[in-house]
Ligand binder design. Structure first.
Ligand SMILES: Nc1ncnc2c1ncn2[C@@H]1O[C@H](COP(=O)(O)OP(=O)(O)O)[C@@H](O)[C@H]1O
Ligand SMILES: C=C(OP(=O)(O)O)C(=O)O
Ligand SMILES: [Mn+2]
Length: 534
C-alpha cells in the first residue's frame, strides 16, 4: 500500500500508521490486553468483540454543527425558530479551533487510517479517509463502509476526511458557540468532519449519510433513510423508510429476499443503491427465532457495542443497564442472501414507511394514495425510541421529516420531490406500516409485521377487501394471509372504541399543527386535504 503522509492533514509526529488494516489485525489490536478504558474490546461467546462507548451510547444531535460559509449559507437547511432542526451553524473560526483540537489529539501517536467508499456507484460515491487513534473505531468503519478493491486502494484519493478525536474535549465550547465539550462538526466546503468527545460509532456512519443527503439531491439523485431488499431474481425492489428503531434492519433482513442494505440508499436512473458496505443492527432483546439472520451475523469480525457480557464472554441481550441502544455492526456479507457483487437493484416498486406509533392509533398497515404518500413522507410521524439519541429514555412521539430529519441537510421538500419523481417513473406504491403500539398496550409483533410486509411484497394486499379508517381516511385491508385479522383495524384492539377515537382526534390535531410549516406555498397547501381531518 502506498505510504501516506498525515502532515498534510496537520497531524504531526505520528509514530506509526496502520493503514487499511485487515480484520485479523484489528481483532488483535482491539483485544490487546494492554488496552485500557473504552479502547478495550472483549471477545464474546459468538466470536464478535464487544466494546463500550462510555457516556455517549447514542448520537448527540444537539452537538451537531455545520460550518456556515459562502458555500453553505444558502443551501443548507439551517435550524430556525419557525422550524427547529439539528443543523446548527458554526463559524469558520470555530471550525479552525475544533479542527486544531482534533489535529493535536491525533498528533504524536500511533494512528489508524481507513480508506473506504460511501455509495456503491463510481459517479456518486464519496471516497472517505477516516483518521483515528482507536483500533475498534477503525474496525467499525471497515464494517460499515464499502471496502475498495486492492486496485482502488492503490489510487485512493479521498474526497472527504474524517478526524475522530473521541478522546479530546472542547473546553471553551461556550465562547465558540458550541453546545458542550462534545462536538460533531462538518465542513461542507473543505469536505471534512471532526468528532470530539463521543465514542458512539453511529456518529461516523450517520455523519457521512448526512453528507450524502447534502450532495446527492443537488445532483438530482434521491438520498433516503431507508433499508432496501429485492426478490430472489433481483427484480421486485422494496424500500423501507423509518426512523431509528422502527424496523428497517429487522424487516429488510428477510430470508426470502436479497438484502441491498439496511439503512441508507440512493435512487438514481439505474435504480436503488446502497451507501454502505455493512449493517448496524439493534440487538436489545435480540431473539434468535424472530431475527435469525441478524443473530447469525454476530460472529468473528462483527463488532458489538455496549452489550453486557460476563467475564466468560457470555452475552445477555436483554440487559438494558448500559443503554437500550445496544448494537452490532457487521459487513453485509455476514448475511447470506444479499445482492452481489454490488448492493444495487432496479427502481423500487414498493415504498414502505415504517412508523412506530407510541399512541397506538395508526393501523398496522394503510394503503396510501399518491397525495397521502407525500403528506406522510413530509410529516414523518413516528416515535423516537429510547437510546439512539442522547436524552431520549422512552418512546417519544415526533414528526421527523422524511423519517430522518436529523440527517437532512436540505429542506424536506427537496427529498419529497426527488422521491415522488422516482416513484412516478417506476409506478411505485406506498404503504404506511405501524411497527409500534396498538390498543393492547404492547408493540405489534414482529410476526404480524412480517406477515404484512409479505402481503405488500407479494401484491396480496391489493386483492384484499378493505375499509376506510375515520379522521385519517386510510384504506386498510380487513384480512391478510398470515396476519391476525383482529389487529388490522386498530379500533378492534381497544376495549372501548371511544378510547381510540379520543387518541385519534388528538393525533389528527398534532398532524395538522405540524403540517402548518409546509403550507407556506401552493404545493404544501394542496397536500393538506390528504392529511388527517379533525
Ligand atoms: N413489529 C415490529 N417490527 C419491527 N421491529 C420490531 C417490532 N417489534 C419489535 N421490534 C424491535 O424493534 C427494533 C427495530 O430495530 P431495527 O430493525 O434495528 O430498526 P432500524 O433499523 O429502523 O433502526 C428491533 O429491536 C426489533 O426487535
Ligand atoms: C444508527 C442510527 O440509526 P438507525 O437505527 O436508523 O441505524 C442512529 O440514528 O444513530
Ligand atoms: Mn437499522
Amino acid at each position: 500500500m502506498a505510504d501516506i503522509n498525515l502532515t498534510k492533514y496537520g497531524i504531526t509526529g505520528t509514530t506509526e500508521i496502520v493503514h487499511n488494516p485487515s480484520f485479523d489485525d484489528l481483532f488483535k489490536a482491539e483485544t490487546d490486553p494492554s488496552l485500557e478504558g473504552y479502547e478495550k474490546g472483549q471477545v464474546s461467546e459468538l466470536g464478535a468483540v464487544n466494546v463500550m462507548t462510555g457516556i455517549y451510547t447514542g448520537r448527540s444531535p444537539k452537538d451537531k454543527f455545520i460550518v456556515m460559509d459562502e458555500n453553505s449559507k444558502d443551501t443548507v437547511w439551517w435550524t430556525s425558530d419557525e422550524y427547529k432542526n439539528d443543523n446548527h451553524p458554526a463559524s469558520k473560526e470555530t471550525w479552525d479551533v475544533v479542527k486544531k483540537i482534533a489535529q493535536e489529539e491525533l498528533s504524536n501517536k500511533k494512528l489508524y487510517v481507513v480508506d473506504a467508499f460511501c455509495g456503491t456507484n463510481a459517479d456518486t460515491r464519496m471516497a472517505i479517509r477516516f483518521i483515528m487513534e482507536v483500533a475498534w473505531q477503525a474496525h467499525f468503519v471497515k464494517n460499515m463502509f464499502i471496502q475498495p478493491t486492492e486496485e482502488e486502494l492503490k489510487n485512493f484519493e479521498p474526497d472527504f476526511v474524517v478526524y475522530n478525536a473521541s478522546k479530546a474535549k472542547v473546553e471553551n465550547y461556550k465562547e465558540l458557540g458550541l453546545n458542550s465539550e462534545t462536538a460533531v462538526v462538518f465542513n461542507i466546503t473543505s469536505r471534512e468532519q471532526v468528532i470530539i468527545n463521543t465514542w458512539y460509532g453511529g456518529e461516523m456512519k450517520k455523519g457521512m449519510f448526512s453528507m450524502m443527503n447534502y450532495y446527492l439531491p443537488l445532483k438530482g439523485v434521491a438520498s433516503m433513510h431507508c433499508s432496501a431488499n429485492t426478490d430472489m431474481n433481483g427484480e421486485n425492489t422494496a424500500i423501507f423508510f423509518g426512523l431509528s428503531g422502527t424496523g428497517k434492519t429487522t424487516l429488510s433482513t428477510d430470508p426470502k429476499r436479497l438484502l441491498i442494505g439496511d439503512d441508507e440508499h440512493g435512487w438514481d436512473d439505474n435504480g436503488i443503491f446502497n451507501f454502505e458496505g455493512g449493517c448496524y443492527a439493534k440487538v436489545i432483546n435480540l431473539d434468535k427465532e424472530s431475527e435469525p439472520d441478524i443473530y447469525k451475523a454476530i460472529k468473528r469480525n462483527a463488532l458489538l457495542e455496549n452489550v453486557t457480557l460476563d467475564e466468560n464472554g457470555k452475552i445477555d441481550f436483554d440487559d438494558k443497564s448500559v443503554t437500550e441502544n445496544t448494537r452490532v455492526s457487521y459487513p453485509i456479507d455476514h448475511i447470506d442472501n444479499i445482492v452481489r457483487p454490488v448492493s444495487a437493484a432496479p427502481a423500487a416498486k414498493e415504498v414502505i414507511f415504517l412508523s412506530a406509533d407510541a399512541f397506538g392509533v395508526l393501523p398496522p398497515v394503510s394503503i396510501l394514495d399518491p397525495e397521502q404518500t407525500q403528506y406522510y413522507f413530509l410529516s414523518g410521524f413516528t416515535a423516537k425510541l429510547a437510546g439512539t439519541e442522547r436524552g431520549i429514555t422512552e418512546p417519544t412521539p415526533t414528526f421527523s421529516a422524511c423519517f430522518g430529519q436529523a440527517f437532512l441537510e436540505l429542506h424536506p421538500t427537496k427529498y419529497a420531490e426527488e422521491l415522488v419523481k422516482r416513484m412516478k417513473k417506476s409506478g411505485a406504491k406506498a404503504y404506511l406500516v405501524n411497527t409500534g403500539w396498538n390498543g393492547t398496550g404492547k408493540r405489534i409483533s414482529i410476526r404480524d409485521t412480517r406477515g404484512i410486509i409479505d402481503a405488500i411484497l407479494s401484491g396480496d394486499i391489493l386483492n384484499a377487501p378493505t375499509k376506510k379508517i375515520p379522521y385519517f381516511n386510510f384504506e386498510v385491508p380487513t384480512e391478510l394471509p398470515g396476519v391476525d385479522p383482529k389487529i388490522l383495524d386498530p379500533r378492534d384492539t381497544y376495549a372501548n372504541v371511544s378510547e381510540w377515537e379520543e387518541k385519534a382526534k388528538d393525533l389528527a390535531g398534532r398532524f395538522i399543527k405540524n403540517f402548518a410549516k409546509y403550507e407556506g406555498n401552493e404545493a404544501g397547501k394542496a397536500l393538506v386535504s390528504a392529511g388527517p381531518q379533525k
